[in-house]
Structures are given as C-alpha cells and as structure tokens.
Design a protein. Sequence first.
Length: 238
Amino acid sequence: MRRHVALALLLAFPLCAGAAEPWPPMLPPRSTLAPAIAADVERIWTYPTIKRQVEGERAQAPLDLYVALIDTPEIATAAARHLQLARYEVRRLGGERFQVDDGAGAQGDYQVLTRERGRRVMFSRGRHTGRVVGTITGIALTDVQFEARDGHVAQRLTAWVVIENRFVAVVARVLVPLFGRVADRKLQEGFRVTARVAEWAAARPAEFCEWLDRQPFPPENRQAVRTPVRGCRPPTSR
C-alpha cells in the first residue's frame, strides 16, 4: 500500500460523492483546455477515488522566493538532491508542462492550469510499477495555495485523485483512513522539501547562488530564482 501512495504524491503529490459543481471554480473555462484534459478534469472533479487536504510545513523564507521555486520545480528538485533531501527529478517539457520521476518507481507529468497570486492548480497523470499489482495509473487535480503569514510562508494543498486500477481504487476506498494518513505524510513531505530548499536559499544566499550558477539550466530560469534571493553576488560567467 505504501508504495502505491507514491503515485498519489506524484499526482498531487475520504470517499467522496459527486461534486456539487460540474467544473472546478478555480480553473479557466472548460473550452480553453484541450478536450482530453477537460474530460479528465471533469471526471476527477466529479468522482475522485480519494480527496485529501493537508497543511504544509511553514517555510521561513520570503514569499517571492518560495513562489520562484514552485515555478521552477526542475531547480527546486535539483537543490533537494544536492541537499540530500529527496531523489525527485523534474524536467521541463515546455511552457507549463513538466515530467516527474520520484526515484522510487513512480513517473508522470503535470501541467499548470491556473497561475494566480497565491495559487497554482495542476492537472497530472502518473504511473507506478510494483511487483505486487503491476502498473497502476492515475490522474489528479492539485490545488496549491500559499501566503505570507507572520514572516513565514503558509501553504495548503488539496488533491483530487482518480486511481485507474480498479482493484487498488476499491482498496483505497475501503481503507480511506489508513490510505489517507499515508498519503497525507507523503504530500507533507513534498511541502517539507520545498520549504527546506527555500530556507537554504534565504539563510545562505551566497552558497545557494554559487550552486545555482553551476547548474545547467537556461539562464532565464536561473535568473527567475536568483532575483528574489537577497544577498546573491552577480552571476559568474559560464
């Protein structure tokens, strides 16, 4: 069971009845999305296998720095690997689309559908391969909200997940309390990793920026993270 929760983390990352509204109010109009994505979003929103909401660990860092890391997940996860916090890897596919590998058997991709001040909403599709039940696939809608509060960044995540493997979906519904608690810990782990990277950049800006300058990311992406880091020296030539 714990292995398959990795899929929920990757997708995001109580048994619900049908949603009161047919379309998520935090998303742009259905007509603005590709038909296949719109159909999947409607299915997730109406009949999720599970829905979870977690409060993330607060980050002791400026809000603009935290947001910059959320918007450049390929840099945030590289920093997490450098600090030996996690094995996740994210690759930018172009625009608002990203490919994810958690380093433990789960892979997927996600697309940012809503980008607002204090909020990001993503649609994702993932899969996890294990020895017991084989390959499990799923889709999810993830709503991440964050705000500056008392010198910290407070963060909250709500995830609606559809598990497409019928057997695992039934088990997840029956064991919602157990499955939910494990999923919550995995989701909170993602918050913790991002918070630690933001705190490293805020507390040791010279060290962070020196590391950042050595990374093989496009200059504009590195600069997007560099800009809100107080105390960075001018970037070195590459």
